[in-house]
Design a protein around this ligand. Sequence first.
Ligand SMILES: Nc1ncnc2c1ncn2[C@@H]1O[C@H](COP(=O)(O)OP(=O)(O)O)[C@@H](O)[C@H]1O
Ligand SMILES: O=P(O)(O)O[C@H]1O[C@H](CO)[C@@H](O[C@H]2O[C@H](CO)[C@@H](O)[C@H](O)[C@H]2O)[C@H](O)[C@H]1O
Length: 493
Amino acid sequence: MSDSSWTRVPAATGPDLVPGLLRSLDPLLRRWLPRQRWFAGKGLPIGEFRLAAATELVPPGGRLGPLGLLHVLVDVEQPGRPPDCYQLLLGAHPLLPSALVRAALGPAVGGPYDGLTLYDAPHDPRMAAILLERLKLPGRSGTLRFTTEPTADFPPGLTPRVSTAEQSNTSVVYGDRYILKLFRRVSPGSNPDLELSLALARAGSRRVAEPVAWFEALDGDADAPDGGEASAGGREPTTLGVLQRFLPGSSDGWALALARVAEDGDFRAEAAALGRATAEVHRALASALPVHRLDGGALERMAAAMTRRLEETAAEVPAVRPHTGALRAAYDDLAKLGAGGSAGGAVVAQRIHGDLHLGQALRGPDGEWVLIDFEGEPARPLAERRRPAPPVQDVAGMLRSFDYAAHHSGNGPWAARHRAAFCSGYADVAGTDPREHPVLIRAFETDKAVYEARYEARHRPAWLPIPLSALARLAASPSSSPLSASDSEECSP
Ligand SMILES: Nc1ncnc2c1ncn2[C@@H]1O[C@H](COP(=O)(O)OP(=O)(O)O)[C@@H](O)[C@H]1O
Ligand SMILES: O=P(O)(O)O[C@H]1O[C@H](CO)[C@@H](O[C@H]2O[C@H](CO)[C@@H](O)[C@H](O)[C@H]2O)[C@H](O)[C@H]1O
């Protein structure tokens, strides 16, 4: 049953969900969306908008202003890419207080909010507090479904503040207790960030910030007696936001590593501990979720997908082109592992983090590492991000990150010691040293550096030389470097 005391706009489907809303939003979104870090279609013209859902959340005590918290899912059409669905949380005010001016979308002209300035509600502590209140109460509001873990505990006085961290989504921190991640570009289905964090938390892992509440969109007719679940045809709900334990006083691995590399300092103990934490997470995910062995054909398909990504990247980033021939050899070796049957069957696929780098690891005041952001690489389709993959993919991601920290600070040699320490720590828990699998490591590290070249070319062109120099090194090294734990400190070519 939907909790009607919380829902003021009946959710329906079609463009007239809230009469006139889209007309008011259209000109504002055209200006505001492309300026948001999380807007994926930057540089492309914006075509039509389509309102997928709208729900006004009003606390039982009534609205605080002219509008409760307006929750909107809007599909945006742009040439050359499938429509993207974005989650918007909006407030409206006749005259915005100065603290909210930078969150303004602009004044609505016509439609239901004529004369009011619409703004990005997570920046308004009163609106963020409404969302927390709603998260405390399991149940439905229109097409939104709220879930609370029975163990969740909400002490009074959890003052909200929007996070200022560089991120792909928007997070609100409540006191020093919880952090709510609001996914901005949403794909139908369960987000791995919720799925994997929950699986790890329920398995008792201490390496994760436990989710305590979350909300989802039900892709059906909210006016139906079952609130739309049957009409959604058994489709999974779409994850929209996850409230997790906040880790006060923690620092992310990227900031810690940069500080240390700047003074050519030793970070090996921390790197080894991070290796152990990563292996613990892999072990817990392998116990909680399915694992299967990859046959030769699967390895060949994996190598083919890597080759395709390399070619697509070379087409987009000209500086990658001189290396493509040599880099393809790393993928050919992976395919041969499958064909020869030597590794086919020995390589397992399981759920993994999927975008592991130093910025995704938080080190608490107790010195323990916790991994965050299990969403996978944001540019990949959701189905691909949820597919089991060899855990060496995460190891390769972290090895790339030590290389990034070193080269960002112009201290290349720093990387080798710390990559080795990470691998040793990983081996202590996993029982197998990533350096014993040079073909796998090399293929996955190349694939990651290729991904990074595209990511940097699109988002931070000044950083492009970092993955490019890694690709040059990978291209110049022998195709199957016979590295092992004992014969080299370096983990990969
Ligand atoms: N549980 C947490 N405790 C403390 N800080 C966190 C927590 N989760 C995320 N953060 C902070 O928020 C930042 C962004 O989080 P992340 O999950 O990577 O978001 P996004 O996917 O939007 O990039 C992190 O780099 C970290 O600084
Ligand atoms: O954290 P996100 O999920 O948004 O991940 C994306 O952005 C990362 C950068 O913020 C990017 O990571 C790359 O840069 C890092 C340093 O800033 C470095 O530590 C990583 O090794 C490197 O891959 C990540 O690839 C991208 O998906």
